[in-house]
Design a protein around this ligand. Structure first.
Ligand code: AMP
Length: 315
């Protein structure tokens, strides 16, 4: 497997492994200015690419007979282990169609075809079961649970979700949240989960009734971390070339977890640092359609954005 360049962070001599379950998708995206048809997307694709700048990611998911070789290569080129990406020849790859509105802050899901995910059963190898850093990316909560049940030595489990699973698999999702270390959701999902529209109140509520530690993302307004040691807020990186916000959340979460796996620590201070890297990586994702910008970004570019963000937030 190719060994791609990684960002050296203070921490472990060799970064720990990151296991990611989530969707690998063909997205059709409509923005007010452009459209993209059947382009590579999915929570696991974005998260693994983002994590690959810090630690070795291992993907768990499924694709169908229509999955393109060039997309497989795109993931492999960043050193992502694809041995857990099953190929189901009997069906098509998960497909999602989303439309963004004028200010890009709101999007509607216009179509969602689970396709091969409908029959997918994650089966982890012994090596995968023992992986310490795990992202339960956005996918059906029963699949997230199936992965959680197979883990033998998790150090840190991050869970992400989306409106549809809050509406249709609430109980399973609650169990996943209770058994995870960090919940990462956006403000509308947090409101849906708690019935609270105030981000601070929703975050506190989620910590008491959901997950030990919570991050609520607020799109272009940044993110808030709710931790037992306190609260931390970070603005988004000021992007002027916004083209397609798809995958920003997954990139944020993937980079965050990748950083923790490289640092070997998950305390409050490390989480704050991880958020700065997550924010820097997410800002690159949104500057192009699909995973194009993310897959091609250099470590220097990410480090520069992190530096700028630190400078910008220092009073
Ligand atoms: P984000 O913009 O970070 O929320 O991630 C968007 C990605 O999530 C897209 O590439 C979609 O393919 C994928 N996606 C959208 N809806 C779902 C869903 N219900 N389950 C799994 N993946 C999804």
């Amino acid at each position: 497997m190719t060994q791609p360049r990684r960002i050296k962070v203070k921490g472990l001599a060799t970064p720990d492994n990151v296991l990611v379950i989530g969707s690998v998708a063909y997205d059709s995206i409509v923005t007010p200015h452009e459209t993209g048809e059947r382009i590579l997307g999915g929570s696991a694709s974005y998260a693994c690419l983002a994590a690959s700048y810090f630690a070795p990611p291992h993907i768990v998911g499924v694709v169908g007979h229509d999955f393109r070789d060039r997309d497989r290569k795109k993931l492999a080129k960043r050193g992502i282990d694809l041995s857990g990406l099953q190929l189901d020849e009997t069906g098509r790859t998960f497909a999602w169609r989303g439309r963004y509105h004028e200010n890009y802050n709101r999007r509607d899901t216009e179509d969602l075809q689970l396709n091969v995910f409908e029959r997918f059963q994650p089966r982890l190898t012994e090596l995968q079961q023992a992986m310490p850093y795990v992202m339960l990316g956005n996918i059906r909560p029963d699949l997230q649970l199936a992965v959680l049940n197979q883990l033998t030595a998790p150090k840190f489990v991050l869970v992400d979700t989306i409106d549809i699973w809050i509406e249709t698999q609430r109980e399973k999702l609650s169990e996943v949240m209770r058994r995870s270390d960090l919940l990462v959701v956006n403000d509308s999902e947090a409101a849906k989960l708690t019935g609270q529209t105030n981000v601070i109140v929703a975050g506190q509520h989620l910590r008491q009734h959901g997950c030990r530690t919570v991050i609520i993302k607020k799109g272009e307004h940044g993110a808030v971390l709710f931790h037992e040691e306190g609260l931390f807020t970070l603005p988004a990186f000021p992007v002027t070339e916004l083209r397609d916000p798809t995958g920003a959340g997954d990139s944020f979460a993937g980079a965050l977890l990748g950083y923790l796996a490289a640092a070997g620590k998950t305390d409050f201070a490390s989480l704050r640092q991880a958020m700065v890297y997550g924010t820097a990586v997410a800002s690159l994702t949104v500057e192009a359609f699909s995973t194009d910008r993310l897959a091609k970004s250099g470590c220097t570019e990410i480090k520069n954005r992190r530096k700028e963000l630190l400078k910008m937030t220092k009073a």
